[in-house]
Design a protein around this ligand. Structure first.
Ligand code: ADP
Ligand code: MG
Length: 403
């Protein structure tokens, strides 16, 4: 697989380089328009962009934001992202008003050496996510045409490398493709986890759904020493143990699978011993903490309780390798953020090699004010890192390896 270093060694001064970055940041409304609530992904994309710009490339960035329905939608414009990217780079970043249309062409044409431009949300074009190879190929051809004959493609959007999409996969078949610095860093970390991780190897899994994470649970269980379960998914495991879970998030169709996992690997899987409950998912709802076996009808479990956090903390303190994906509770609301904050702090305090994967988990680390350098690595890709750990082929990486 060719990398950014190879491209820089070839020389990029004056050449146009298309970079696929992952700039899919959470937006909140501050009343005066959309504001970025967590710019982690923008900051993670800077090293590759800076190195290209410093070497005199004319950098054309393509990225997506949210899930627009294949048509321009001002709610998903990359405008706030272009502004923040420009601030962080310390140069302005001009935003094209379209993906590959007249505005994109004119902005790319006017790029100076070392300049950076951003194309509008690539998912405004329905061909980006089309199942049809020819449609995606058409968009990839237009993206490639923007950078011209001497152009190159740098794949740096780790969060999307598991997607077979025009700006991730197809474009690497029409332009010489190189892996960017972020993609390389992410792969190196995940290889360490799939290779021969130092033991005890502890995986902390939470988040909303078991069904999202089942494949990774199955593939990790044989290799981990402990799986600590929290978040919304723990209630399906608790139901599999025969406990009542009130109105908590429950995936009834997954109960049998959880029963099988507990039967096969029950010695490795830890499920909460106590739970923080409320009737409503609001910041001011009255809460009660109960033993897992005593959950109330009509109440929802929204966080792990203190006994559980303590037990998980003891396992984490002994670990040499930790992978954490998925918050332990509804961390967005302060009354249900305690379990996540405590487990995260225990990971920071441990001596283990620790990796955080998952968009919401990474956002939780920052929202809870934990030091980012307290973890060995915070992955920018949720789905991509899970699929890598499952051992699945990632189309955006495979296409670079085949080139
Ligand atoms: P990640 O993006 O890190 O992979 P997920 O997307 O799987 O994580 O899950 C994150 C979401 O799970 C958060 O929005 C959080 O509020 C929710 N969640 C955590 N615990 C619970 C719970 N007990 N009940 C309902 N939702 C929960
Ligand atoms: Mg998520």
């Amino acid at each position: 697989m060719k990398t950014l270093d190879d491209l820089l060694a070839e020389g990029v001064s004056g050449r146009r380089v298309l970079v696929r970055s992952d700039l899919n940041v959470p937006l909140g409304d501050n009343g005066a328009g959309e504001t970025i609530t967590d710019d982690g992904r923008i900051r993670a994309s800077l090293p590759t962009l800076r190195r290209l710009a410093d070497a005199g490339a004319r950098v054309v960035v393509t990225a997506h934001l949210g899930r627009p329905k294949g048509a321009p939608d001002p709610r998903y414009s990359l405008r706030p992202v272009a502004a923040r990217l420009g601030e962080l780079l310390g140069t302005g970043v001009r935003l094209a008003e379209d993906v590959t249309g007249p505005s994109a062409r004119s902005i790319v044409d006017s790029l100076a050496d070392g300049g950076v431009a951003l194309l509008e949300n690539v998912r405004f074009d329905p061909r980006e996510t089309s199942k049809d190879d020819a449609e995606r190929g058409g968009l990839a051809g237009e993206l490639a045409a923007l950078v011209g004959e001497s152009g190159a493609f740098v794949s740096d959007g780790f969060g999307v490398v598991h997607r077979k999409q025009a700006s991730v996969f197809d474009v690497a078949r029409v332009l010489p493709g190189y892996a960017g610095q972020l993609v390389l860093a992410e792969i190196e970390v995940l290889r360490r986890l799939t290779g021969d991780p130092e033991q005890p190897y502890v995986v902390v899994l939470g988040g909303s759904k078991v069904s999202d994470k089942l494949a990774v649970i199955e593939s990790l269980l044989p290799r981990v020493d402990r799986l600590l379960v929290g978040g919304g998914m723990c209630f399906t495991f608790m139901a599999a143990e025969g406990l009542g879970v009130g109105d908590s998030l429950l995936e009834a169709e997954m109960i049998d699978t959880c029963k099988r996992l507990l039967a096969e690997s029950g010695d490795k899987i830890m499920v909460p011993a106590d739970v923080v409950m409320a009737e409503e998912v609001t910041a001011d709802a009255p809460t009660h903490t109960v033993l897992a076996a005593q959950m109330w009808e009509g109440w929802k479990g929204l966080d792990i309780g203190p006994i559980t956090a303590e037990r998980y903390g003891q396992v984490i303190a002994e670990a040499r390798t930790i992978f954490w994906n998925g918050p332990m509770g509804v961390f967005e609301l302060p009354p249900f953020a305690v379990g996540t904050a405590q487990v995260a702090q225990d990971i920071v305090d441990s001596n283990a090699y620790s990796v955080v994967g998952g968009g919401d988990s990474a956002a939780a680390v920052r929202a809870l004010g934990l030091p980012e350098d307290g973890f060995s690595h915070i992955s920018t890709g949720g789905g991509a890192s899970l699929e890598f750990l499952e051992g699945k082929e990632l189309p955006g990486i495979a296409v670079l390896e085949r080139a």
